[in-house]
Design a binder for this molecule. Structure first.
Ligand code: HDL
Ligand code: ZN
Length: 441
């Protein structure tokens, strides 16, 4: 019997009965009927990096959302509530957090089966902690209230199979910014990102905030504005030490364009990203507040003209771009562009795309055209415990797709080994991020 991989004993590997143990030796070909099990094992035993979330390190205190009432009042579920319950958004938003959660729970989880992606996710979190997934919320509320945040985070990350998450940090958020300036302690499991939306998309509403902080900026972008915005971004980059900068852009995003957004992008953001050797993440395709009454749940999606991205990639070859697009119709184009530009890293199945039916299609297109040179998923989690179901779903969707990919490779004459699978999963869910952000060259 071939020696086991020396890192694991047979018991630790939890090898299924009747499993041909020889394929546990790294370089042995895996029999076709064992490929799926090997893929599942490697997915389950690799800790992923979650490269885009709205989670916060513990030192940012109240910015971080967690617990059952936050899970149930996630804006994805608020949108679903209004389809099942006659309550108006104005009436709903006048309720307390607990009243909102009680209404959503009754409507989407008791009166109706929780079969949507977002409702099923809450069920998966409750189940992961052994809590009732129907009936009253009493026990669940008592459980989460009993938890200590630091130990809870470690347990949640363990259950999700992630080693670290990347945050979204807004230097113009009136609640978050002061915490950074007071010296919020960093955390090795939470990586900062400098988020640029209020400058690039809402300059008219925010230029006076910069002015009040001593930056000599003008609403029309004239005078010293560009130099001063560079100084602002430099100050916050030194304070936050972001692993990348990020911005969400509308479906109408255009480049080149005679606009303040493009001036800030080309004269301030991209030069600083080059200086600091960090990527810019452009997330394109949002139609903001198509229904303003729904607030955070009110955004929609629009197909983008990717020639804007094409020109950015061409004009700024020294910059690296993480890119996630919101429209399903843009995905094949994005994958094609990634074949043309090595400074483009497609990532994730964003927001309305993070459903198994679409994730499967996107991931298969990307594997077929890019091999493992992309990042399949991020959670976009807003509430801590969401990473548990979002990453469980990713593993569940990825396993058959990866297994099929190796099946085809084997049928075409190249047997797959355990080492292949381990290497590829590590590249997809860790190494591509580390390399693209220059955390490891
Ligand atoms: O702009 C973004 O980062 C988006 O992910 C929005 O936060 C969006 O509201 C969201 O939560 N998507 O999952
Ligand atoms: Zn997001």
């Amino acid at each position: 019997m071939a020696a086991l991989n020396d890192n694991f004993s047979k018991a630790e590997l939890r090898i299924p009965a009747g499993f041909d143990i020889s394929c546990y030796v790294n370089s042995s070909a895996i029999p076709a009927d064992q490929i799926r099990a090997a893929v599942e094992h490697e997915l389950n035993t690799t800790q992923f990096i979650d490269i885009h979330t709205h989670l916060f390190q513990p030192s940012l205190g109240s910015m971080g959302l967690w617990g059952i009432d936050e899970l149930i009042t996630y804006h994805y579920l608020e949108a679903e509530l209004f389809r099942f319950n006659p309550i108006t958004p104005v009436e709903y938003f006048s309720l307390t957090k607990r009243q909102k959660a009680d209404l959503i729970w009754k409507t989407l989880f008791i009166e109706n089966a929780p079969i949507s992606e977002a409702t099923r996710g809450v069920v998966a979190v409750l189940n992961a902690f052994g809590l009732p997934t129907s009936g009253a919320l009493t026990e669940a509320r008592a459980f989460f209230e009993s938890r200590t945040l630091e130990t809870h985070i470690k347990e949640v990350f363990r259950l999700a199979g992630i080693s670290e998450v990347v945050m979204t940090n807004d230097p113009l958020d009136p609640d978050e910014a002061p915490m950074w300036e007071k010296g919020a302690a960093g955390d090795p499991q939470f990586h900062p990102v400098l988020r640029l939306d209020r400058i690039l998309n809402k300059w008219a509403q925010h230029w006076e905030v910069l002015r009040s902080q001593g930056y000599d900026v003008q609403e029309d972008g004239g005078g010293k504005t560009m130099a001063e915005v560079r100084r602002f971004l430099g100050y916050w980059s030194n304070l936050m030490k972001p692993v990348y900068m990020a911005v969400s852009l509308p479906d109408t995003f255009a480049y080149p364009e005679d606009s303040l957004r493009v001036k800030f992008l080309t004269q301030c953001v991209l030069p600083i990203c080059r200086e600091r050797a960090i990527p810019l993440s452009v997330m394109i395709g949002v139609r903001y507040l198509v229904n303003p009454a729904l607030k955070l749940a009110g955004d929609g999606v629009g197909k983008s003209d990717l020639r804007a991205l094409e020109r950015l990639l061409l004009d700024f070859p020294e910059n690296r771009f993480f890119t996630s697009l919101l429209s399903r119709e843009n995905q094949h184009e994005l994958t094609t562009y990634a074949r043309k530009f090595a400074n483009l890293m497609p990532f994730g199945c964003w927001w309305f795309l993070n459903n198994p039916s679409v994730v499967e299609e996107m991931t298969r297109i990307r594997l077929e055209m890019l091999g493992t040179s992309f990042i399949p998923q991020h959670s976009d989690a807003r509430v801590l415990e969401q990473v548990i179901y979002k990453w469980r779903n990713t593993r569940r969707t990825m396993a058959p797709i990866l297994a099929n990919t190796y099946q085809l490779m084997s049928e075409d004459g190249r047997p797959v080994t355990r080492e292949d699978i381990r290497h590829d999963i590590n590249r997809l869910f860790r190494e591509n991020f580390d390399t693209f952000t220059r955390r490891t060259v």
